[in-house]
Design a protein around this ligand. Structure first.
Ligand SMILES: Cc1ncc(C[n+]2csc(CCO)c2C)c(N)n1
Length: 222
């Protein structure tokens, strides 16, 4: 079993918990509150902007030209492509996307999550530490989307396109991320592998908290 297979297996209970939490259940029922979606979009717009910049930090850590080209494509995807999924949510809210995100701020869980990724990008030379903190982004969303589609027919659901967006398109990205991490894991110490594992699982928990934060419209009490 590859190292990333182990990580993904260990993440299963967290992903199941996210699936049963109120945010995803509200998506499945198609009746999630518009305030929850608004809060999510405000937070996620800022989050994706930083996520794109972190890809640029990864480029500095890699030498292979094909790897660099792939990361450039991912930057484009995060900045331009993923907005498609956000538009589906804005339509659900019934407001213009630009005006929804205008009042965006770093709320507690999104703030903690992005700092977790940045910490690893600046602390460690090898890209694998950062990649393990980033990989739950595509992985958790893909797993949730597949699970939703497996259990529910979303015909007529206003958020169907959001789910469909993440049910496809993640395989190639996951392939790259897994390949980089597995190559590093083959030769590194047990101590480093423990950090990689922890980074991956903590980010899965961050994903859960991000949804919960949106559902409850959490803000900083300052
Ligand atoms: C909190 C949060 N986590 C994950 C995603 C989904 N996502 C973000 S970046 C990326 C991969 C792009 O290379 C994916 C799938 C999101 N939108 N918001």
């Amino acid at each position: 079993m590859m190292f990333t297979d182990e990580l993904q297996r260990e993440a299963e209970p967290i992903i199941n918990a996210i699936y049963h939490d109120a945010f995803i259940q509200g998506i499945i029922k198609g009746d999630i509150s518009k305030d929850a979606i608004r809060h999510y979009l405000k937070a996620d717009h800022l989050y994706l902007n930083e996520f794109a910049k972190i890809y640029s930090l990864l480029i500095a850590k890699l030498d292979d030209q094909a790897d660099i080209r792939f990361l450039l494509e991912q930057i484009d995807f995060v900045v331009n492509g993923e907005v498609t999924a956000h538009y589906t949510m804005a339509d659900y809210v019934g407001e213009d996307y630009t005006s929804i995100i205008a009042g965006g701020e770093w709320y507690p869980a999104s703030d903690h999550y992005i700092k977790h990724i940045y910490y690893n990008a600046f602390k460690y030379d090898d890209a694998s530490f950062t990649i393990c903190a980033m990989a739950p982004c595509p992985y958790v969303y893909q797993q949730l989307a597949l699970k939703i589609k497996e259990n529910h027919d979303l015909t007529g659901n206003p958020l169907k396109d959001w789910v469909d967006f993440y049910a496809v398109n993640m395989d190639e990205l996951m392939g790259h991320l897994n390949r980089w991490v597995n190559r590093f894991a083959e030769t590194t110490t047990e101590q480093n592998k423990a950090i990689l594992r922890r980074n991956f699982l903590e980010s899965c928990v961050h994903e859960r908290r991000f949804f919960a934060m949106s559902y409850h419209q959490e803000t900083w009490d300052v």
